[in-house]
Write a protein that binds this ligand. Structure first.
Ligand code: NAD
Length: 438
């Protein structure tokens, strides 16, 4: 099939490369000329494991190409995916649909024959209806369908998630669109991926409900962690005890500094706004957003407290900046609020991240970045682990001890545990480990 994917970001690029790998002929279109030129020259605009190789293979096979001009890119496409960003609107937190509607207008202007226009971007309930209305008003002369097909991939594991998904959700109002979408994903039927057909509004809401639920699960265990700290319990064991219950499951029960990233915070905010707009406010989701927001700065204050409450002109090493490992994405990363808190308290921040420092520099000034964790901790009064990158899971703690001024380890991901940290001579502070109280 001929497929156009508009927006060559995390979702568009991964979807485009994977769909090409299924055997479709895919054009990825982006309005960012440098991005398109870079992709044509084999340069990846994002860090995602395996993506460079998958892209190169499919370009070489002639199934994947990159376009700047939307009219050229969508020519003859039977399916047109919209995969542009839907960030939070600064005024009210709702999803900003400017890019989606911009692209919709351009698609409408250039439609030549029947195509299925697919909203893959995460969009609030009713957006695909609006896309349909807009295209119909601009082009009453052409036949088209609009389908919703939210994306559930996780950055850092995106290719695997796209190719072996837990489920594919497609919302469509007509049989023709459903048949086309079934053909797009037919290669996945071999893996028995459940293809769930719904109406468009249900499909759109499913994405928000899923993300809000996961964000709730994280926030829930974080609150349990707080209770553990006050009561002398161990949150890791509580989580294990909970997670072995099949009704609950072990995933997303790791206490930490709070959720971040390009999806959960903005999708939670957008769902809150939808609830308010329809006069059915979601008090649970509102609480999740509020608790999580406060938590990030609290984790910063925890580091300050670990240094005796005073960090003016003292060096704090922060290891791991991205909102999770295996991505370079810094959007809404908890490290931003944590570092801001440290800076507000007068601390000097030295930082290291395996992939996120380039983007971190764009959002955080007044931080000195280092090319390796051992350089970052040199002369520090405390080291805080904020993201659980693999390369930060087996640090030589004895070596770090030798490099630091004061041996304080604040492990916001509970990687090391008290025995290992104390054996290396550290004062050890973790999350939800009330059992470590002296
Ligand atoms: P992104 O910012 O990485 O990429 C968006 C791309 O769209 C950019 O390259 C931008 O230049 C391009 N673009 C914007 N306007 C354009 C236009 N008019 N014409 C052509 N290109 C245009 O965003 P992303 O992380 O890939 O997210 C895209 C959507 O997918 C969002 O709605 C997001 O919520 C959703 N989503 C993201 C993830 C994720 O893990 N990142 C997962 C699931 C769903």
């Amino acid at each position: 099939m001929k497929i156009a994917v508009i927006g060559a970001g995390y979702v568009g690029l991964v979807s485009g490369a994977c769909l090409a790998d299924f055997g479709h002929e895919v054009r990825c279109i982006d309005r960012d000329l440098r991005r398109v030129e870079g992709l044509r020259a084999g340069r990846m605009p994002i860090y995602e494991p395996g993506l460079a190789e998958l892209t190169a293979d499919n370009v070489a096979a002639g199934r994947l190409s990159f376009e700047h001009d939307l009219a050229v890119g969508m020519k003859d496409a039977e399916v047109i995916f919209i995969a542009v960003g839907t960030p939070s609107r600064p005024e009210d937190g709702h999803a900003d649909l400017t890019f989606v509607y911009q692209v919709t207008r351009e698609i409408a202007q250039n439609l030549e024959g029947y195509a299925v226009i697919v909203t893959k971007s995460t969009v609030p309930v009713g957006t695909s209806d609006e896309v349909e209305r807009l295209v119909r008003s601009l082009r009453p002369d052409v036949e088209f369908s609009v389908a919703s097909n939210p994306e559930f991939l996780r950055e850092g594991a995106a290719i695997g998630d796209f190719k072996i998904p837990d489920r594919i959700v497609v919302g469509g109002e007509d049989e023709r669109a459903r048949e086309v979408m079934a053909a797009v994903y037919r290669p996945l039927f071999l893996n028995q991926a459940p293809l769930l057909f719904t109406d468009r509004r249900t499909s759109e809401l499913t994405k928000y409900a899923a993300n809000a639920f996961l964000a709730t699960k994280i926030t829930f265990i974080n609150e349990i962690a707080d209770i553990c700290e006050k009561t002398g319990a161990n949150v890791q064991d509580v989580a294990r005890g909970m997670g072995l219950d099949k009704r609950i499951g072990p995933k997303f029960l790791h206490a930490g500094p709070g959720f971040g990233g390009s999806c959960f915070p903005k999708d939670v905010r957008a769902l809150i706004k939808t609830g308010q707009d329809y006069d059915v406010p979601s008090r649970i989701v509102e609480a999740v957003a509020d608790v999580n927001e406060r938590r990030k700065r609290r984790m910063g204050r925890r580091i300050v407290a670990a240094c005796g409450g005073e960090i003016r002109d003292r060096i704090i090493a922060v290891l791991g900046l991205t909102f999770k490992p295996r991505t370079d994405d810094m959007r809404d990363a908890p490290s931003i609020a944590i570092i801001q808190t440290l800076r507000d308290a007068g601390g000097v921040v030295h930082a290291f991240d395996p992939a996120g420092m380039e983007h971190a520099r764009e959002v955080m000034g007044d931080v000195t970045y280092f090319q390796d964790p051992y350089q970052a901790v040199a002369g520090a009064d405390a080291v805080a682990i904020v993201t659980e990158w693999e390369s930060l899971r087996a640090l030589d703690l004895k070596k770090i001890y030798g490099l630091m001024r004061t041996p304080v380890l604040v492990d916001l991901r509970n990687i090391y545990g008290p025995e290992e940290a104390k054996a290396a001579g550290f004062t050890y502070i973790a999350v939800g480990r009330g059992d470590l109280r002296e």
